[in-house]
Design a protein around this ligand. Sequence first.
Ligand code: ZN
Ligand code: ZN
Length: 405
Amino acid sequence: MSAPKKGDLTDTEKELLQVIAAGNVQEASRLLGSKDVRVNCLDEYGMTPLMHAAYKGKADMCKLLLQHGANVNCNEHEHGYTALMFAGLSGKTDITWMMLDAGAETDAVNSVGRTAAQMAAFVGQHDCVTVINNFFSRVRLDYYTQPQGLEKEPKLPPKLAGPLHKIIMSTNLDPVKIVMLVKENPLLMVVEALEKCRKVLELICEKCIKQQDMNEVLAMKMHYLSCVLQKCGSFLKERQDKLDGLVKSLLKGRDSDGFLVFQEKFIRECIRKFPYCDATLLQQLVRSIAPVEIGSDPTALSVLTQAITGQVGFMDADFCATCGEKGAEKRCSICKMVIYCDQACQKLHWFSHKKVCKMLQEQREKHESESASRLQKQAKNNQTQDVNSETNQSFQPSNHHHHLH
Ligand SMILES: [Zn+2]
Ligand SMILES: [Zn+2]
């Protein structure tokens, strides 16, 4: 069949687009097997079946089309929209992820110069922005697992690519979480391995800055992760405690208010050490952090997280008090004021939390009894108010009358 032209659809292709809109995967699969269906056919606006499926938020359909060879970077749309842009607009993180995993270019721009991440941000789909900004394909990392040029051995031993990629893909930048990711893999708990990973991260950071479409967000993330791995390496070299001491330092709150001073200073130092002084993102971060006294809000972690992942409203969601992971549900059984992912996270935090737990418990109980008595008072007030309003009503007309004269 001929190469797809805009609006040049066979009857079966028209049928396919309808089936996609209806979300009938089985029927779509049957039609894709037909010989007069081109998986990259274009409707009158230059939209491919994959763009339609992404825009409609149909993940199974996107998967099917990609399996049939849909071109994720097709750019024939009248306004230059790509499948990734439609995925971002749909607000579906799984589809956004799927497009990236299939090789979607994040730097492609539409007819008014906007990238997929910018378009998703414009319509408030911040979870999709996070997915796009933090995506780094395994293929890009695997490049470092092969010897380049005159190298006798690769910069990254292939067995480290998996565990390092997991760290790179984390959208939780809490240093405790990153140290935990290092701790969970014995391959990474070796000083030399950490040093190799750190160097590769700095190389990727450099590439992100020097490539034509500069990606400062990813560069900053790579640099920050490399700083955390470096810290792990130096603790591992000096102490025989499997990084427990580092986790403790990061979780240790100061006596007066529990503020994480060591963590705050560490993250500020990481940002300051970013090697590209001219980067706009660096200057932005420094401007937000420098005037803030240590111990006040916002913390360096929250500023960094917002800049890199786009996540805001740190306080509203259920973040684990230990590792910062979202969706924590286990409450401290005594104070009921802090939450954790699981028992392990709670146990790690206890040495620091025990100093404030009792106080938090008392605060909560005081607050609860106060609001209970306030409710009682309110109930009483309501009764008296009812009486008053009745008396007012009976008085008002005559009062009014009186004023008029
Ligand atoms: Zn946790
Ligand atoms: Zn507690």
